[in-house]
Design a protein around this ligand. Structure first.
Ligand code: ADP
Ligand code: MG
Length: 474
């Protein structure tokens, strides 16, 4: 994709002035992060990194991503309710991957006891890149779906004003008007509010499971603020707090510091290093409760890379979404090549293909949060080492998406404005609420565009690689 900001990106002096204006506007709008030096304090904060200009995205692909979001919501929800599918899909992975195994064992334990929860809340974000095809036209391909702690809905609600500002300074009023309004934090809060309401106790509150050191707190506050505006109170606690002060009554209602909890919203608990033994016990306690967990443990498992890979097998979507051929077709159109590395002929063939053309594949472990995937020479070394070991079942192989690079200017605290070759990743936020077997809400609630320099293979905004952006529809 060519950009129409081309000549603007050449004028260094103008870029500097625009960058100053953009940064001030970002700070004024609340596009904020705590600093890495003081991750527990809001005394000193800075702006979250962002692009100086919005990046061009074909309208058709934006529309396609929005149109398939409700299907993804249905699919994740169907997977989470299908214990047999989860067990079968993850059986080889959990023998090799301790983190997935621990999640899975909590899932089994709660199933055995009987699930107390009756209201289910999904807040997810499906991420895509734009694969350039041989005829030059880009295609929407899913990178992954995040079913736990999907972030940046709050800050993404505040970046459109910044890009409109930049374009207005340049007297590009018409262009400024094309920047889409976006308010995922409101939509995510409406989902939480619905689950809270269905839980049915006006005195109950929302529990946000927070990390001790949280640089991205303003993103979370945006959702908390929306809830408070609806008279729904949010308390922030860590897993440690829950293990000390959380309890269940005889009906498995959850109480923390004497307050009943209607909804548990996890912004922690998606990486192994976030769990001490004590934290695992707290997670089990939360999972056993009748509060609506976002996500419940089955939904977290539905977001693993292994599940994503198995869903791409012929017949799987049809089995999970019977009688919905149109949804199945929309979903499948977004799938890139995904390959199992389980022991056996199929896995052997996948490894041979990747070793023969390493630049066309990505090796992924069952991890979230960026920076875990292997590419190029590193992938080759890992595959050679894993080839004859059962351990390979803890990974999947994925086709590497190669978008057409474009130029933009990246702004980061402490670094000079930098014009570089970039690629973008589009995320769509999805919200659904189910009570027992009845779906009472299913929608998309906004988008997130993240852009990074092409030299970085992996990593998002929190990992310090990508920056916030807005799609400029063309
Ligand atoms: P995580 O759960 O750690 O966020 P992802 O699957 O989203 O894992 O991968 C992290 C990053 O790696 C993505 O944001 C993207 O930039 C890059 N990436 C992942 N899969 C692919 C792929 N198939 N092709 C190209 N880049 C990819
Ligand atoms: Mg990701």
């Amino acid at each position: 994709m060519a950009t129409n900001w081309g000549s603007l990106l050449q004028d260094e002096q103008q870029l500097e002035e625009l960058a100053r204006q953009a940064v001030d506007r970002a700070l004024a709008e609340g596009v904020l992060l705590r600093t890495s030096q003081e991750p527990t304090s809001s005394e000193v904060v800075s702006y979250a990194p962002f692009t100086l200009f919005p990046s061009l995205v074909p309208s058709a692909l934006l529309e396609q991503a929005y149109a398939v979001q409700m299907d993804f919501n249905l699919l994740v929800d169907a997977v989470s309710q299908n214990a047999a599918f989860l067990e079968q899909t993850l059986s080889s992975t959990i023998k090799q991957d301790d983190f997935t195994a621990r999640l899975f064992h909590i899932h089994k334990q709660v199933l055995k006891e009987g699930i107390a929860q009756t209201v289910f809340l999904g807040l997810n974000r499906s991420d895509y890149m734009f694969q350039r095809s041989t005829d030059g036209s880009p295609a929407l391909k899913q990178i992954e779906i995040n079913t736990i702690s999907a972030s940046f809905g709050g800050l993404a609600s505040r970046t459109p004003a910044v890009h409109r500002h930049v374009l207005s300074v340049l007297s590009k009023t018409k262009e400024a008007g094309k920047i889409l309004s976006n308010n995922p934090s409101k939509g995510l809060a409406l989902g939480i509010a619905k689950a809270w309401e269905l839980y049915g106790s006006t005195n109950a509150v929302v529990l946000l499971i927070a990390q001790e050191k949280e640089r991205n707190i303003f993103d979370q506050r945006a959702i908390e603020n929306e809830l408070l505006a609806r008279n729904i109170h949010v308390i922030r606690r860590t897993f440690e707090d829950i293990s000390e002060k959380g309890s269940l009554d005889q009906d498995r209602r959850l109480f923390v510091d004497g307050q009943e909890i209607a909804v548990v919203y996890f912004r922690d608990g998606y990486m192994p290093r976030q769990y001490s033994l004590q934290n695992w016990e707290a997670r089990l306690l939360l999972e056993r409760s009748c509060a609506a967990k976002c996500p419940d443990i089955a939904t977290q498992l539905a977001g693993t890379k292994k599940v994503q890979q198995e869903l791409s097998r012929p017949g799987m979507l049809e089995m999970l979404l019977p009688g919905q051929p149109e949804a199945v077709a929309r979903l499948r159109a977004t799938f890139a090549g995904l390959y199992s590395l389980d022991m056996g002929e199929e896995g052997d063939q996948a490894i041979a293909k990747a070793l023969a053309a390493p630049s066309r594949f990505v090796l992924k472990p069952q991890r979230e949060g960026g920076g875990n995937n292997l590419y190029g020479e590193e992938m080759v070394q890992a595959l050679k080492q894993l080839k004859d070991s059962e351990e390979r079942a803890s990974y999947i192989l994925m086709e590497k998406i190669e978008p057409e690079p474009f130029e933009n200017c990246l702004l980061r605290p402490g670094s000079p404005a930098q014009v570089v070759q970039c690629i973008s990743e589009l995320g769509i936020f999805g919200v659904y609420v189910r009570q027992e077997k009845t779906l009472v809400m299913n929608k998309h609630v906004g988008h997130l565009l993240r852009t990074k320099a092409i030299e970085h293979a992996d990593g998002g905004v929190a990992a310090g690689v990508a920056v916030l952006d807005n799609p400029y529809p063309v």
